[in-house]
Design a protein around this ligand. Structure first.
Ligand SMILES: CC(C)(COP(=O)(O)OP(=O)(O)OC[C@H]1O[C@@H](n2cnc3c(N)ncnc32)[C@H](O)[C@@H]1OP(=O)(O)O)[C@@H](O)C(=O)NCCC(=O)NCCS
Length: 208
């Protein structure tokens, strides 16, 4: 069920595509400004690796033969508490090249990813950690950046979710967001709820 959506921008035509097979990504180049998480070639390898993981999915924004943005979905990291939940999928990263920002590409790539019916079978989480935010290029401070991200992820139904996950508590600007798919069983929702706070005094902190 590979999907393609054409998105016209003032800078040119963008194809929003996914879930992309690794072999398809291998034939494309990476925009040289996709450097937010790691250098572009390393990031390309990471994207291809995700396509080979169980439940791994990559959606891209492509201009001609170049990847200009992407989002990743995969199971949570082995070291994270969320891996113990069988129906949690993590939106691990979203990045749009600084050459192509403010063209609604992030909004549309998220829309494409979440229109995949499989999302209704999962609780999709995203751990927004401020040390990954590109405050330099966007010229936003962390609080304005947090607001932009909450609105962006909110556009596909993700909601701020209180937790005592140590990665989130590490900085007050960090945020956990979650979206519960329509087909997720009540028992799986209850399990997720029970996992949000695991520390003894957890309920006293990060209440939203
Ligand atoms: C955050 C990011 C993904 C946004 O991508 P984008 O394609 O520029 O976002 P969109 O064009 O879809 O923006 C949608 C809305 O978000 C808001 N927004 C996005 N970037 C903004 C900025 N720099 N300043 C103010 N508002 C902004 C705006 O309301 C925008 O709508 P508008 O342009 O009509 O005002 C991009 O800046 C990026 O890749 N940053 C680095 C990686 C990152 O921080 N990822 C998130 C953590 S994993």
């Amino acid at each position: 069920m590979f999907q393609q959506v054409i998105h016209e921008t003032p800078k040119g035509t963008i194809y929003i595509e996914g879930p992309c097979p690794g072999s398809y990504l291998a034939d494309l180049t990476m925009n040289s400004k996709l450097t937010n998480f790691r250098p572009p070639e390393k990031q390309k390898k990471a994207l291809i690796a995700i396509t080979g993981m169980p439940h791994g999915m990559i959606y891209i924004a492509r201009h001609e033969k170049e990847i200009v943005g992407y989002i990743t979905f995969h199971r949570p990291d082995e070291s994270s508490r969320w891996i113990k939940h069988p129906r949690v999928l993590e939106l691990g990263g979203i990045e749009i090249s600084s050459d192509w920002r403010r063209c609604k590409i992030a909004e549309n790539i998220l829309k494409a990813g979440f229109s995949n019916p499989v999302m209704e079978d999962y609780i999709v989480i995203t751990m927004e950690m401020c040390w990954h935010w590109d405050t330099r290029n966007t010229k936003l401070d962390i609080w304005a950046y947090q607001k932009v991200l909450c609105n962006l992820f909110g556009s596909v139904g993700m909601k701020r979710t209180a937790t005592d996950d140590p990665d989130i508590l590490e900085h007050p600007a960090n945020v956990l967001m979650a979206r519960i798919g329509q087909n997720v069983a009540v028992s799986d929702v209850a399990l997720f709820e029970s996992m949000r706070f695991q520390n003894r005094y957890g309920n006293a902190v990060n209440l939203l």
